[in-house]
Each structure stands twice: as C-alpha cells, then as structure tokens.
Ligand binder design. Structure first.
Ligand code: AMP
Ligand code: MG
Length: 295
C-alpha cells in the first residue's frame, strides 16, 4: 500500500512482542495481496486475467465489502475507478487526460454493471481494473487490530496510512484521541475521542495538482464524471469497522453533504466534512459528532 503503519498496544510485558509481530505479519500479508501495483499479487492477477476464484479470504472480503459499499455510497466508492485513476496518472505523473481517453476509461467503470460476484468467483468485464486503494488501508487496520487483540492485547490502536482502528478488551475501556488534519494547513482541524471503533479521513490535499486555471485536481475520481472529486476538501468518518470508514470517507470527498445526508442509517456513527470557501474552512458534522466538537 506504500504507506506507514503504527501500532500501540497495552499488554503484559512478556506478550507485547508476540502481539506486535502478529499484527505486523497480517498487515504485511495484506499489503502483498491487495496492492494494485504487483501484477502477481491476488488483486494484480484478477486485474490481469479478468476472473479469479474467491479462495483467498481477503480478496473475497474486500470484494464483498466493495459490493455493498459501492451501492450504499450511491456508486461514489467504486474500485472500478482504477482505470480512471491510472489514466489521470496518479500518483506519479498526474495530468488532465484527452477527452476520448476519458470516455473510454469511463466505459470501463461501474461496479454494478462490470463486476460479477458469484459464490465462488469474481468476473470483470474486459479492460476493467480494480483499485482497492480507498479501503485496503482500513481493511488492513481492522485485520491487524483483530490479530493484536486475538494475540492477547488488553487494548490496541493500529493506524495504517492515517486510517485508525482501536479498542480494548472488555472491562478495560481505554479512551483514544485521534487528531484530524486540517485540509489546508499543517495543524489539526479537530480531535475526536473514542473507546472503540475506526476513524478514517480522506481529502483533496493528499495527492493533487493544479490545472492551468488553478482548479485543484485530486486523486479521488468521481466515477460518474471521470473527473477529480469536488464534494469536500476532507471527510472524516467514524464507524465500527475501518474498511467501512475508509471507503465512506473517500466516497464523501466525491459526494459531499448530499451523500452524507443520504447514507443508509447505521452504516457509520459520525461524519465530519470540511469545505474550503475563499480560503476559509467550514465544518459540518453528522451523527455522534453533531452535538459536540469531539465525539
Ligand atoms: P483514500 O486515501 O482512502 O481516499 O483513497 C484514495 C485512493 O482510492 C486513490 O489514490 C485511488 O487509488 C482510489 N480511488 C480513487 N477514486 C476512487 C473511487 N471513486 N472509488 C474507489 N477508489 C478510488
Ligand atoms: Mg478511503
């Protein structure tokens, strides 16, 4: 996934190392399977062949999560946007593509029409390329956190590329504080507190370039138009699982307030959206964060 991971655990001193190793193994293993950059990894093979069995439990889990999250975010989260992301040249050499190339990449985008999941296999239409970049970090945080707790941690926080999953064993109740980056500055725009769950943030500041007219063009692509997202400067999501928080945060950078208002009840616990107008940041909150500055 080309990113950093950080794990904090509370545990008996003699078990700490085994817990750290267990979580690290899981995150490395997922990184190897779910990267879109390695053609011989599980996802790379699927993209190359256009079909794959669902024997790999992590590939299956990512595809099943993608299937429900694509529909619950009204198509904003869509791993078939992989072809568009590549066309735009993210992350290494981004540039505005030719409109004919954009049209043909759009014709290969659309989870509902171009991906078929059966009970034991997945099939992609010709030329479709999946990209799990918007949810794989969250999924890895979930799995690594689970491994740490299974290995005997009393409490753990695992952050993978900024996406956080944390919690405690019953009766411990550690409260964690997570800072949310300001989308236009170096500092934090807020901090949130939680005992257990997941917090993920996406934004137009992570990877972007400016068009000749000064428009900010970021690495999150709206699958409906083929153009970079403009729904929010950043979106932070609190959910029980980090794969959900991660995918929904990315979707909200595209869909903004309209999507936040229309997400299915119970999918996420809270949302913080940041919009930037004339250089000033405006925030709006939903769910558990609606009433207070910090949840
Ligand atoms: P995140 O940092 O979690 O917001 O993920 C951003 C990454 O997700 C991008 O770098 C792309 O690899 C991928 N991506 C871009 N647009 C979409 C989209 N509409 N749906 C799913 N993945 C996307
Ligand atoms: Mg994401």
């Amino acid at each position: 996934m080309g990113t950093m991971a950080r794990l904090v655990v509370y545990a008996a001193p003699d078990s700490a190392e085994a817990i750290l190793n267990a979580a690290e193994r899981v995150v490395h293993d997922l990184d190897a399977r779910l990267t879109a950059f390695d053609e011989d990894a599980a996802l790379g093979l699927l993209n190359r062949r256009g079909r794959e069995s669902l024997e790999d439990p992590h590939l299956r889990a990512m595809l099943e999560a993608a299937d429900s999250l694509a529909s619950m975010t009204a198509g904003a989260y869509d791993p078939t946007a992989g072809g568009l992301v590549t066309l735009w040249g993210f992350p290494h050499a981004p540039a505005v593509p030719e409109s004919s190339a954009l049209d043909s990449a759009l014709a290969r985008t659309g989870w509902g029409e171009r991906v078929r999941l059966t009970s034991d296999s997945v099939f992609l239409d010709e030329g479709v390329r999946l990209d799990f970049g918007a949810a794989a970090k969250g999924y890895a945080a979930d799995c690594g956190y689970g491994a740490a707790m299974d290995a005997g941690a009393t409490a753990a926080l695992l952050e993978v590329g900024g996406e956080v999953r944390c919690g405690s064993a019953a009766g411990f109740g550690r409260e964690w504080t997570v800072g949310i980056r300001h989308p236009r500055g170096d500092g934090l725009i807020d901090t949130v507190r939680l005992r257990s769950g997941a917090v993920a943030t996406s934004g137009d500041y992570e990877c972007f370039f400016l068009s000749p007219s000064g428009r900010r063009l970021c690495h999150i692509i709206d699958p409906a138009t083929g153009w970079p997202a403009r729904g929010a400067a950043s979106a932070t999501v609190l959910a029980d699982r980090c794969v959900v928080a991660d995918a929904v945060a990315t979707a909200l950078v595209i869909g903004g307030e309209v999507l936040a208002d229309s997400l299915p009840a119970g999918l996420v616990r809270a949302i913080l959206l940041v919009r930037v107008k004339d250089g000033a940041a405006e925030t709006r909150r939903w769910g558990e964060w609606r009433a207070s500055r910090s949840g």
